[in-house]
Design a protein around this ligand. Structure first.
Ligand SMILES: Nc1ncnc2c1ncn2[C@@H]1O[C@H](COP(=O)(O)OP(=O)(O)OP(=O)(O)O)[C@@H](O)[C@H]1O
Ligand SMILES: [Mg+2]
Length: 300
């Protein structure tokens, strides 16, 4: 079993070497393979899934081929937010009735997504031959997408840690509530203690105004600087906007239903600044690095 994984790893390392991997680390996401981002939070219900979906749609709108992977174990959300329950999801992949490719759905604006469904945990416990097959499928995503976003559940499950450690970068979503900030900090601290230079970016959601948003970001980043010696750059601030809840109730992404709402204008700006960011996350290993990291977790 382990041997198969080692083989897959070698194959990946080989293909990584042979492709144009000499690109500068600060490359534009569109110019290389897909960038892999994990979206997570310490506290639950802070707006991860809404953020992920609307951020993905904003990227898609800007011309980036985007895939959203609903990696929230047991509490699939993305298809609910889209109002289109998928007939097949990760459970069918686990049961070997479908391939990953089979269950990819085409969402609004041509954005792709993988519906979760309960059973994702099992996906991580499949026999290694089957995992190899899945990873081989995922390899092809490198060329097919510019950005892949994993929407995880709240808190640090084993699975979420694996996604965080494997991705190019991790967005931590928090609200201005002290409990959410404390939980976000705890999450960063735990991951930090694992000794991987994880690239975190902070998203402050549901801020009452700009001041509250930047104060929240400053609170978290100053503690991280002081105690973890790590800088946590802020990706952006989104205001508390009643349109978000209204859109959730109508099961339509807020950026499509209320394109002129504050939250929509802000998330589009946020996507733009992410795209144009003078300091995109590094190292930018993309899908192949993601898979290698994932396998490394396995065999350790
Ligand atoms: N910017 C916002 N303004 C107002 N309400 C918001 C905003 N963002 C999120 N919400 C509210 O928070 C609710 C929860 O959001 P969402 O499901 O995206 O959170 P989550 O972090 O993914 O939750 P979970 O941890 O359960 O996965 C939404 O249904 C909406 O009512
Ligand atoms: Mg969610």
């Amino acid at each position: 079993m382990m041997n198969d994984q080692a083989q897959a790893l070698r194959r990946l390392v080989k293909s990584k070497r042979s492709d144009a991997n000499d690109a500068p680390p600060h490359e534009h996401p569109k110019s290389g393979g897909a960038r892999v981002v994990t979206v997570t939070s310490g506290k639950g219900g802070v707006g991860k899934s809404n953020f992920t979906l609307n951020f993905a749609l904003s990227l898609q709108e800007a011309g980036y081929r985007t895939l959203v992977f609903d990696a929230d174990i047991g509490m699939a959300n993305i298809d609910v937010l889209l109002g289109s329950p998928a007939s097949s999801n990760l459970v069918h992949v686990v049961q070997q009735r479908k391939t990953l490719q089979d269950i990819i759905q085409i969402g609004p604006l041509g954005m792709h997504y993988i519906p979760g469904g309960s059973g994702f945990q099992d996906l991580l416990e499949l026999p290694s031959e089957q995992i190899d097959k899945l990873l081989t499928e995922m390899e092809s995503w490198s060329e097919r997408y510019d950005i892949i976003l994993f929407d995880t559940g709240a808190g640090l499950s084993k699975e979420t840690i694996r996604f965080i450690l494997a991705a190019d970068e991790t967005f931590v979503v928090t609200t201005p509530e002290p409990t959410a900030i404390a939980d976000a900090y705890a999450l960063i601290k735990i991951v930090n203690g694992m000794g991987h230079g994880t690239d975190f970016r902070l998203v402050v959601n549901r801020a009452a105004d700009w001041k509250e948003g930047s104060q929240t970001a400053e609170r978290l980043s100053s503690v991280a600087r002081r105690f973890l010696h790590q800088s946590i750059p802020t990706l952006g601030v989104l205001y508390d906007d009643p349109h978000v809840m209204q859109a959730v109730k109508k099961q339509t992404p807020f950026c499509l239903l209320y394109p002129q709402s504050k939250a929509s204008l802000q998330i589009r700006e946020l996507a733009k600044s992410y795209i144009n960011g003078s300091d995109p996350a590094e190292p930018n290993g993309g899908v192949k690095q993601f898979i290698r990291n994932w396998l490394r977790r396995w065999s350790s």
